[in-house]
Design a protein around this ligand. Structure first.
Ligand code: HEC
Ligand code: HEC
Ligand code: HEC
Ligand code: HEC
Length: 435
């Protein structure tokens, strides 16, 4: 009877699961939507940054390419540059024939001659060296035999075919040398080669100096990159590889910095300002700027130093700007505020009283010194005497502690020695320590 009553109340038979299924379906749809959102934007805000960068940067580069081209065309009409260019061409033309003659002599006469003689020399020299070695280790009749053999090899004629004559124009003859003479002929050919190189450098010097002058004059007038460099950058951004941009320095601290996932322009070789990328009021434009002090990144190559050692922040995080900059709760190294950017220098440069590229820090250190704060707040680089005094005091304290401990130990051992119940071993040990 009871069983029947239970059956009557069976929810599957008598109720509906529709509300439950409806709510579960809603939750499922919600989590799917949430997962999609996180995947596309929520946890990967940088996808938007990178899409925008690839969109905006080419416009700036196109502008730069135009400037570079205009400048390079203008150069042709620049009288200063044109003058140096003409001088350079003149100097090159003046030395051209003589340089060509020297090159011909080196390539067609001296180099082949050196090769031929070296080849012959290698064969004889190895025999001579081997015999000299044997001679040093031989005795008696054997020694005499080897001496004779050595003399024979040295006096033997080496016939070398197809050697360019030293003063000729490439015509070859057959030359015959004994060992010593062969060595001398080879040295002579090498000396002439060195002399020809020196002469060539002298002839070439005026044109080379002018080429350098031309380059410098062009760079002085150049407003930025050359059009070839800009073309390189354009092709780089066209083939932009979307994804996490990471600096990884395994030794010694296992540094992982992904700041450049968003700060995409930071190491570009041209000055990029927020105005260039969309205006000062645009958050993205502010993110895409190039580093304001590129010299600092030349001294501290980010491939080795990363970004966080100077800036602080959470190098590995990319899920939000707040987390990347380490501004969330419980992160111990939040990024320094703009006013304190130079605080980061301190952890490596604490000892230097004056540091280039760190005016604010220098002013702060000066203030710290001037106001005498270091009298009570010891810092590296200030008042080394006090630091030494502290070390000495610490050493004295260590010794005093040792003395106290030893005295206590002696008292303890005395008690053991006086104790009639002490074992033989304990007694001897106590005596030893007390002495
Ligand atoms: C998720 C993208 C993202 C990542 C990753 C990121 N940043 Fe930023 N960063 C921004 C944005 C956006 C701004 C501009 C904020 C503003 O001006 O309101 C910015 C601004 C800055 C500024 C300018 C000063 C300031 O406080 O606004 C510095 C410096 C900076 N970031 C350094 C870093 C460093 C160092 C890292 C790596 C540890 C890093 N950023 C990682 C997005 C990012
Ligand atoms: C040697 C220390 C050092 C390193 C390494 C370094 N920075 Fe900086 N960074 C600075 C200093 C100092 C400033 C402030 C410069 C100034 O105001 O002239 C600065 C400024 C910035 C700014 C602010 C730009 C602006 O105009 O608001 C950003 C963004 C930035 N750095 C990002 C990076 C990123 C990303 C890296 C890693 C690739 C990096 N920095 C590496 C020292 C460093
Ligand atoms: C992680 C450690 C580290 C940090 C942080 C750091 N530096 Fe350096 N810095 C070095 C090292 C190492 C060298 C020597 C580099 C070399 O010789 O290749 C150096 C060299 C220099 C030099 C040139 C040599 C000298 O001592 O005059 C200057 C200038 C300099 N740093 C300025 C700065 C400034 C400014 C900052 C902060 C914005 C800074 N550094 C932050 C490690 C650091
Ligand atoms: C006569 C000694 C003395 C001089 C000089 C002195 N201080 Fe202090 N300072 C102290 C003492 C003591 C404290 C408190 C330490 C504590 O409460 O643990 C302190 C605390 C501080 C703190 C807070 C530190 C913290 O961890 O909360 C700062 C910041 C500070 N001093 C800055 C300065 C500056 C800047 C100067 C120079 C203008 C200076 N002090 C000069 C003795 C001195």
């Amino acid at each position: 009877m009871a069983e029947q009553k239970d059956l009557q109340r069976d929810p599957i038979v008598h109720g509906s699961l529709a509300p439950h299924i409806f709510i579960a379906a809603l939750l499922l749809a919600g989590t799917v939507a949430w997962a999609f959102y996180d995947e596309m934007w929520g946890k990967r805000p940088w996808t938007t940054y990178q899409a925008e960068f690839v969109e905006r940067y080419p416009d700036l580069l196109a502008e730069k390419a135009k400037q570079a081209a205009a400048y390079e065309q203008g150069l042709a009409d620049d009288p200063d540059i044109e003058k140096i260019r003409a001088q350079q061409a003149e100097a090159e033309a003046a030395a051209k024939d003589e340089i060509a003659a020297i090159d011909r002599r080196i390539n067609e006469v001296i180099n082949p001659r050196v090769t031929k003689l070296t080849h012959a020399m290698t064969g004889v020299r190895s025999m001579v060296t081997a015999l000299v070695y044997q001679l040093e280790h031989a005795e008696g009749a054997e020694k005499e035999r080897i001496e004779n053999e050595l003399e024979r090899v040295k006096q033997e004629d080496n016939v070398i075919e197809g050697v360019p004559t030293i003063d000729g124009d490439g015509t070859t003859t057959t030359e015959t040398y004994k060992y010593e003479a062969l060595s001398a002929a080879l040295e002579h050919a090498k000396a002439i080669k060195a002399q020809l190189f020196t002469e060539r450098a002298k002839l070439d010097a005026p044109a080379r100096a002018l080429t350098k002058k031309l380059e410098q004059a062009m760079n002085r007038k150049r407003p930025g990159l050359s059009s070839q460099q800009v073309r390189g950058l354009i092709s780089k951004v066209r083939n932009f590889d979307k994804g996490i941009k990471q600096i990884h320095v395994p030794d010694p601290i296992g540094l992982v910095d992904r700041c450049e996932t968003c700060h995409l322009g930071i190491r570009e070789p041209l000055k990029i300002t927020a105005e260039d990328m969309g205006g000062k009021d645009d958050k993205l434009a502010r993110t895409f700027v190039s580093h304001p002090t590129p010299e600092l990144l030349t001294i501290h190559d980010p491939e080795k130093f990363g970004c966080t050692p100077c800036h602080g922040g959470n190098g590995a995080a990319t899920v939000s700007v707040k987390e990347a900059h380490g501004k969330m709760k419980h992160w111990l190294w939040p990024m320094y505020e703009e006013d304190n950017f130079e605080s980061g220098c301190l952890q490596c440069h604490e000892g230097s009283l004056v540091l280039d590229h760190a005016e604010k820090l220098n002013a702060g250190k000066e203030l710290f010194r001037y106001r005498g704060c270091w009298g009570c707040h010891p810092r590296e680089g200030f008042d080394t005497e006090r630091a030494q005094q502290r070390l000495a005091e610490q050493a004295v304290r260590t010794v005093e502690d040792e003395i106290t401990n030893t005295k206590l130990e002696i008292e303890r051992q005395k008690k053991i020695a006086d104790d009639p119940k002490a074992t033989e071993a304990e007694f001897t040990r106590a005596l030893k320590i007390m002495r």
